[in-house]
Design a protein around this ligand. Structure first.
Ligand SMILES: [Mn+2]
Length: 328
């Protein structure tokens, strides 16, 4: 990845089709539109993925980010929503018993519905953006900092980078992910969706979005957690009996750990609310639910090796930018 060691980067959280808010944020950060492309005199933007889905200006947001990347003014990694669109559009391997990498179920359609609708009359854009998603790496390791959409799991990133040193995957890797036991499937799930643990005894959770889930999202940085309540990391609380249960040995074994001595890491994905804050001095989540009338958030990184809570910047997302409910 073309990371300039001396450059300052503005890391930007999940846009989810909030094109107006993205322009407002770039303006606030000192970027200006010149020759059709947003630029800063000396800084560069770095998007943590999930440009698409849910919001009202998906095509505009895609053009804006794509054009910045093409002009060398931004970098962008892949989010689970870009992966979903690729999977939806790609036939599964013949021996898989599936038709598409991401099956055409009603639930899967629901999650990408706005993108399909808003691009329906722009088939050229649709093809071009799908091709472009292959140019979005699954992670960036700049040495002095790291970026991944949901979870830095070195037990997967190390073997992945043997195969794809820059984290840029190809169609065969995408196709392989149709099979749930594959390395490719594990990589997309873990890096782009994070850790999703199954609730015990077949229990389910109904989210604020009305979708019923059998799993919940967890931290990958908890230091010696004891109970499920210590590791849950999502807007919806666990049922109290589950929150108090000790973490099973099997679940504990599958928890990666990002310790406090590693380089600063930026993620999106987790639907945070309220005032942007660091998770730890080397860990920042930039997703503050823009598409739920939260904030579109940036972290203004210079040369610091410990992150500074005063370096978040954001815009409030006003209605009616974002009329859609959230869900993964
Ligand atoms: Mn996401």
């Amino acid at each position: 990845m073309m990371i300039d060691p001396l450059r300052s980067y503005d890391l930007i959280g999940d846009v989810h089709g909030c094109g107006h808010s993205l322009e407002a944020l770039l303006e606030r950060l000192g970027y200006r539109r010149q020759g059709g492309v947003w630029r800063h005199p000396w800084r560069m933007a770095l998007f943590v993925g999930d440009i698409v889905d849910r919001g009202p200006r998906i095509r505009e947001a895609l053009h804006l980010v794509h054009d910045m990347v093409a002009a060398g003014q931004a970098l962008c990694i892949m989010g689970n929503h870009e992966y979903n669109l690729l999977g939806w559009s790609t036939e599964a391997p013949p021996d898989s018993g599936l038709q598409y990498v991401r099956e055409h179920t009603a639930r899967n359609e629901h999650l990408i519905h706005e993108t399909l609708t808003q691009l329906a009359n722009h088939p050229g854009d649709w093809r071009a953006f799908l091709d472009w998603f292959y140019e979005l790496p699954l992670f960036i390791d700049a040495g002095r900092f790291r970026v991944v959409h949901a979870c830095w799991d070195s037990s997967l990133i190390e073997p992945l980078r043997q195969q794809y040193p820059e984290g840029l995957i190809d169609e065969s890797f995408l196709k392989a992910s149709a099979l749930p036991d594959s390395f490719a499937h594990q990589v997309f799930e873990r890096l782009l969706r994070g850790i999703n643990m199954r609730l015990p005894h077949g229990m389910t959770l109904t989210g604020r979005d009305g979708l019923v889930r059998e799993t919940f999202r967890t931290k990958f940085w908890a230091d010696e957690p004891q109970t499920y309540g210590d590791i849950v990391f999502q807007p919806d609380a666990l049922p109290e009996p589950v929150a108090q249960m000790p973490i099973s040995r099997a679940h504990r074994a599958e928890l990666p750990f990002y310790d406090a001595d590693q380089p600063p890491l930026f993620v999106g994905h987790y639907w945070r609310r309220g005032q942007p804050a660091l998770i730890r001095p080397n860990l920042a989540c930039l997703d503050y639910s823009a598409v739920m009338f939260g904030k579109l958030v940036a972290y203004r990184l210079d040369q610091e090796t410990r992150l500074d809570p005063d370096k978040f910047a954001w815009v409030e997302v006003e209605r009616p930018e974002a009329p859609h409910e959230y869900s993964d």
